[in-house]
Write a protein that binds this ligand. Structure first.
Ligand SMILES: [Zn+2]
Length: 164
């Protein structure tokens, strides 16, 4: 009886130290989770999946259409599951600055003097404000999307994406 309890105790301690030292399913990241689609319990981190696929594509491009984990090919993984990209503020700034410049130029030609100069200064200020707020907004969005991407896992069996 006492020996049984000792064995059980050791088994528990062993399991505990194993999980503490990070062996076993450490890389799984979604311990105990189930795939909502196929009930599978093995997941791979999408960021690691992407890096592996991108490296393989670099090394052997002819293997890009081999179906791998989750029923996806390296080409699909690289095309669809890559990290989010930073977006440029340039398009928004141009969309604002261009019509404003046309108006300012018209006012400058029409009225000249102080009013014309004020129109140009106002255009510069508005453009600067739009530039700064757009850069800030795009930066916040970028980090939010990157965090989402880093918390994304894929079911190894069916390819379903799961957020941790
Ligand atoms: Zn699944």
């Amino acid at each position: 009886m006492a020996d049984d309890e000792l064995e059980r105790f050791e088994a528990v301690m062993g399991a505990l130290s194993k999980s503490l030292s990070g062996e076993g399913e450490r890389d799984d990241g979604l311990i105990g989770a189930r795939c909502p689609k196929c009930e599978g319990s093995s997941f791979v981190r999408v960021s690691e999946l992407y890096e592996d696929a991108a490296r393989r594509l670099d090394e052997q491009a002819d293997a890009q259409d081999i179906v791998r984990e989750g029923g996806r090919t390296d080409r699909q993984v690289v095309a669809r599951l890559g990290p989010p990209q930073r977006r440029s503020a340039l398009r928004t700034v141009i969309a604002v600055a261009l019509p404003l410049s046309v108006v300012a130029f018209y006012v400058y030609r029409r009225f000249e003097g102080t009013i014309g100069q004020a129109a140009i200064v106002a255009t510069l200020i508005v453009t600067l404000i739009v530039f700064l707020t757009t850069v800030r907004r795009l930066s916040d969005e970028y980090y939010a999307r990157r965090d989402e991407w880093r918390r994304l896992f894929m079911c190894r069996r069916c390819g379903q994406l799961v957020r941790s």
